[in-house]
Design a binder for this molecule. Structure first.
Ligand code: GAR
Length: 222
């Protein structure tokens, strides 16, 4: 690795709940020198998340903040915030983190928390997006990167990548195709943030100092 190319690596904390394939894509991009960030910690909401093993294999420090160990959401989120802030991240990356976050927590990281969601938002917020896309018989489906706001899966969208629905698709085959897009667009959006090209105010995204009127489509730039 030739880190000397990058003046300063952006300190990042990644939150996960499961497999961590998006985390792996981010780790790989850092290791290939495509992403000027330092992953200071990976924090999981579940002790059995496979993503924790991926982090350990990359020598990244890991923590588990298990919501089941707390009396209520406020106490859980206080502890989570304390754990995150110990690492002084400039960016919080939600990568398959499957808990809904409260307003106080979200406000604390206003403008510096990204999420990936497996649909072309605003279509299909919430769960089971692939099956819902099939049931709705949409022409295309995909993934979105957005800034996190108090509205669930409702923050301003930065970047999207779409895939066609194919005749014999089931939720699994469609998910697989979407995952390939996720693993490309998340490292890219994080790089833009690290390079200072992305910001958000008043529910809008600014890219290179200009307001984005529509999400960037990955097919337009790759
Ligand atoms: C990804 O498909 C991600 O977009 C989705 O969970 C999966 C996590 O996979 N996130 C959400 O649905 C958030 N609402 P991973 O653990 O392999 O990265």
């Amino acid at each position: 690795m030739s880190n000397h190319q990058h003046a300063v690596a952006l300190p990042v904390v990644v939150l996960i709940s499961g497999n961590g394939s998006n985390l792996q894509a981010i780790i790989d991009a850092v290791q290939h020198d495509d992403l000027p960030v330092e992953i200071r910690a990976v924090i999981s909401s579940r002790p059995d998340a496979y993503g924790l093993e991926r982090a350990r294999a990359a020598n990244i420090s890991t923590e588990v903040v298990d919501h089941r160990a707390f009396n209520n959401r406020a106490e859980y989120e206080d502890e989570l915030q304390t754990s995150i802030d110990q690492h002084q991240p400039a960016l919080i990356v939600l990568a398959g983190y499957m808990r809904i976050l409260g307003n106080a927590f979200v406000n604390h990281y206003q403008g510096r928390m990204l999420n990936i969601h497996p649909s072309l938002l605003p279509a299909f917020p919430g769960l089971n997006t692939h099956q819902r896309a099939l049931d709705a018989n949409v022409a295309k489906h995909g993934a979105s990167i957005h800034f996190v706001t108090n509205e669930l899966d409702g923050g301003p969208v930065i970047l999207q990548s779409s895939v066609p629905l194919l005749p014999n698709d089931d939720a699994q085959s469609l998910a697989k195709r979407v995952y390939r897009q996720e693993h490309q667009i998340y490292p890219l959006a994080i790089r833009w943030f690290a390079e200072g090209r992305l910001s958000t105010t008043a529910g809008n995204v600014h890219f290179d100092q200009k307001p984005l009127t529509h999400p960037i489509q990955y097919s337009d730039i790759r």
